[in-house]
Ligand binder design. Structure first.
Ligand SMILES: C[S@@+](CC[C@H](N)C(=O)[O-])C[C@H]1O[C@@H](n2cnc3c(N)ncnc32)[C@H](O)[C@@H]1O
Length: 197
């Protein structure tokens, strides 16, 4: 079966997901985050895949950007299970964690990132991720500071597909947690206006 785009209406059922949820965001979607958020200090993507996020940060002049991943995909350090990283060691912490986390583990990634990031966390997630009674803890118990939907659709093809897909059936957002934002206070809503490049 072809895996053209996440949740494509043309996909057969039952839906088959890419191994380890390796779906790759376009660089413009990362530049879109930089349009609306500032980061100081180290930026770490613990699910970096082929490195789209740290590469884009570096290209934008943010030199301190690194990546790790469970699987070695040719960027940063492979063989690193983010969920197994011990937050008790200061050396494992970073100022910022910025990632497109594996969708099926996104809540676990958030819980862990809250222990490891000292300043900000930015996750690229489906907009619908905000729904659900089970996710009330994200609004009540975390410093969710900003929600950034995209004006344009972000396509997110599997990393094994060479060509960049256009458009997409799923709405995505950047959600940002900031330890300077009071826990439980309402997040700001600011749309990313950048167009696909
Ligand atoms: C949505 S993709 C991120 C794509 C990436 N931004 C890129 O440029 O290729 C999710 C990534 O999470 C990785 N992953 C899955 N489980 C993981 C874990 N427990 N720890 C670290 N990385 C994991 C996958 O190998 C995959 O590369």
């Amino acid at each position: 079966m072809s895996l053209a785009t996440v949740d494509s209406a043309r996909q057969a059922r039952p839906r088959e997901r890419a191994a380890n949820d390796w779906y790759v965001e376009p660089e413009w979607a990362v530049r879109g985050l930089l349009d609306v958020q500032r980061f100081s200090g180290l930026v770490w993507d613990p699910a970096c895949g082929k490195g789209t996020i740290p590469r884009t940060f570096k290209a934008a002049g943010h030199a301190a950007a690194i990546g790790t991943d469970l699987v070695d995909r040719g960027y940063g350090r492979g063989g690193s299970d983010f969920l197994a990283i011990d937050p008790a060691h200061d050396a494992n912490r970073a100022a910022n964690i910025v990632s497109n986390p594996p969708f099926n583990l996104a809540e676990h990634f958030l819980r862990h990132a809250l222990k490891l990031a000292t300043h900000k966390i930015a996750f690229l997630l489906r907009l619908s991720w905000l729904e659900g009674r089970g996710r009330a803890w994200i609004f009540n118990e975390t410093p969710l500071a900003a929600v950034h939907p995209f004006a344009a659709r972000v396509s997110m093809p599997p990393g094994t597909v060479a060509q960049e897909a256009k458009g997409g059936a799923v709405a995505f957002m950047w959600a940002v947690w900031d330890w300077s934002h009071p826990v439980g206070a309402p997040p700001i809503l600011r749309r990313i206006e950048r167009k696909p490049e």
